[in-house]
Design a protein around this ligand. Structure first.
Ligand code: GLY
Ligand code: MN
Ligand code: MN
Length: 504
């Protein structure tokens, strides 16, 4: 496979004009006179004709395409990955592939589209549309600032992508419009389903129908149970995340950061320290890091991260490394910035930990997805009543038509985890939120308590304390396995963990 020669890219006619589809030059770009183009097109070493190695776990990606194929015999399925998004003017955010497209192909280049075309004898022919790499045969290699090899690096190209991704066929993206137009015409006789909202061009080319939503739902539901490759990737993401948390703890101690020797002083530094680990060991963070110190911890998705760190406060750090394979961890630890929990902080921390342990014990195949949530809410509500924050009985507070504990618990306890931090979001309620847990599912268990600074129902000593403890859990054949159990959770363990990192 590795040494098979590939067909060479076809040179296109030389011209000073911008080829169709090439990006516009920016206002500050120097001119490219014809003489320069002529000069640039000559005297390059011939490019390699060796086929690239197949993608790791090509068989797992192919198995996923076959599973999807079985659901929709005789229908054409169109799954785009999406495009780079403008950040400002002519700069873009770093591209992140569409999760469903990636799950089916393993491909991480922007703009690609997978089209699964039904075969006469059953099954589908998987056609992957990718950006061609014209090599040095086309001036776009140095004139096209969004796709050119000398601007953004080489795209893999058509024959190389066929070899690497093991699909039945690869074609260049310029051929996609024609195929989509033929699908539009034949839609009544040969149904087509499109995964929407990833590519405006694809959406516009094929009329939408209710069938599209069913495709999105099916993909989410296929992704609910993880295969062995996916579980291993999640474990690796969690291991990197643990190292990222340790980096943050180190930065809070005497070693500090380059900006703050003697101890990191801002939430921004915490975010930056974790982000360095994520970029070095993974592709990125799987979601915006929540580095919430003091009362900021009472804001669930505090990603502004513009606060100061104070020694007596807790830091709620909710963060996850996303691997190159795009699987992400989602871990929260609430740690004392100065290394020791205060009395009130520890009291609330221990209550959240008890709730989390009850929820973890409720994760097993056949249980309701909501059982861990119910278990956590009961423990938290009992605790809130015992402290006197909730008045009246536990049962009254928990009653469906009351739910009074939510003033302090705010959010659900679990969500699916995988390629997306909130994974499988298009799955039907009856198989996800109102469904049963099954072997292979990976979910978070993350209860919390949040006492706002201005909440008059809360004794003053607790106001401004926010605690969340979040682990990532695999449902196994007989129960569950906490994939993040190596990251300390007990208050004593956390203090000892911090002390040991600071002593190194
Ligand atoms: N990091 C967001 C969440 O825990 O759901
Ligand atoms: Mn989280
Ligand atoms: Mn979460």
């Amino acid at each position: 496979m590795r040494t098979k020669p590939l067909p060479r890219s076809q040179p296109s006619p030389k011209s000073g004009r911008r080829p169709r589809g090439a990006a516009k030059p920016a206002s500050h770009d120097p001119a490219t006179p014809p003489a320069l183009i002529d000069f640039m097109m000559k005297d390059w070493k011939p490019s390699s004709t060796q086929a690239p190695a197949p993608i790791e776990h090509a068989g797992a990606f192919a198995a996923r395409r076959r599973a999807l194929s079985k659901l929709y015999p005789a229908e054409t399925l169109v799954v785009p990955t999406g495009h780079e998004k403008v950040r400002a003017n002519d700069t873009t955010y770093r591209f992140r592939p569409g999760s469903d497209f990636y799950w089916l192909t393993g491909n991480v280049e922007p703009d690609c589209v997978l089209v699964m075309v039904p075969k006469a004898g059953g099954g589908h022919r998987d056609v992957l549309f990718v950006e061609p790499n014209p090599g040095r045969g086309d001036p776009t290699f140095f004139t096209d600032r969004s796709k050119g090899e000398l601007w953004v690096g080489a795209r893999l190209g058509v024959p190389q992508s066929r070899a690497r991704y093991g699909v039945h066929e690869c074609r260049g993206l310029p051929e996609l419009a024609e195929l989509l137009a033929s699908l539009k015409k034949g839609r009544t006789t040969r149904p087509t389903r499109v995964l929407r909202a990833l590519s405006e061009k694809v959406d516009a080319a094929v009329a939408s129908s209710d069938r599209d939503k069913e495709l999105a739902t099916a993909l989410s539901e296929l992704r609910l149970r993880k295969d062995a490759v996916e579980v291993r990737e999640l474990e690796r993401a969690i291991a990197s995340t643990k190292r990222g948390l340790e980096d943050v703890i180190r930065s809070l101690g005497p070693a500090g950061t380059a900006m703050s020797p003697g101890g990191a002083r801002s939430e921004r530094e915490v975010e930056g320290v974790f982000g360095l680990r994520a970029r070095v060991e993974g592709a990125d963070v799987g979601y915006g890091t929540i580095a919430a110190a003091g009362a900021h911890a009472c804001v669930l998705h505090w990603t502004r991260n513009d606060g100061r760190l104070k020694k007596g406060d807790l830091l709620l750090l909710d963060a996850g490394v996303e691997r190159e394979t795009l699987y992400t961890a989602d871990i929260t630890r609430s740690i004392p910035i100065g290394g020791r929990f205060g009395k009130a902080q520890r009291q609330i921390y221990d209550l959240v930990l008890a709730a989390q342990r009850a929820a973890l014990a409720a994760v097993k195949p056949g249980a309701d997805f909501l059982d861990p949530h119910r278990a956590a809410m009961r423990v938290l509500t009992e605790g809130l009543c015992a402290i006197g924050i909730l008045r009246g009985s536990v049962e009254d507070a928990l009653a469906e038509d009351q739910q009074l504990h939510k003033r302090y618990t705010l959010h659900g306890t679990s969500h699916m985890l995988g390629l997306d931090v909130h994974d499988c979001a298009q799955a039907r309620q009856e198989v996800y939120k109102l469904g049963k847990l099954a072997e292979g599912m990976v979910l978070t268990v993350e209860p919390g308590l949040y006492f706002q600074l201005d909440d008059l129902t809360v004794p003053a000593k607790y106001r401004g304390i926010g605690v969340r403890i979040e682990d990532d859990v695999l449902v196994t054949a007989k129960g569950s396995r906490n994939l993040s159990s190596a990251i300390p959770t007990g208050a004593d363990e956390i203090e000892a963990w911090m002390a040991s990192i600071w002593a190194r």
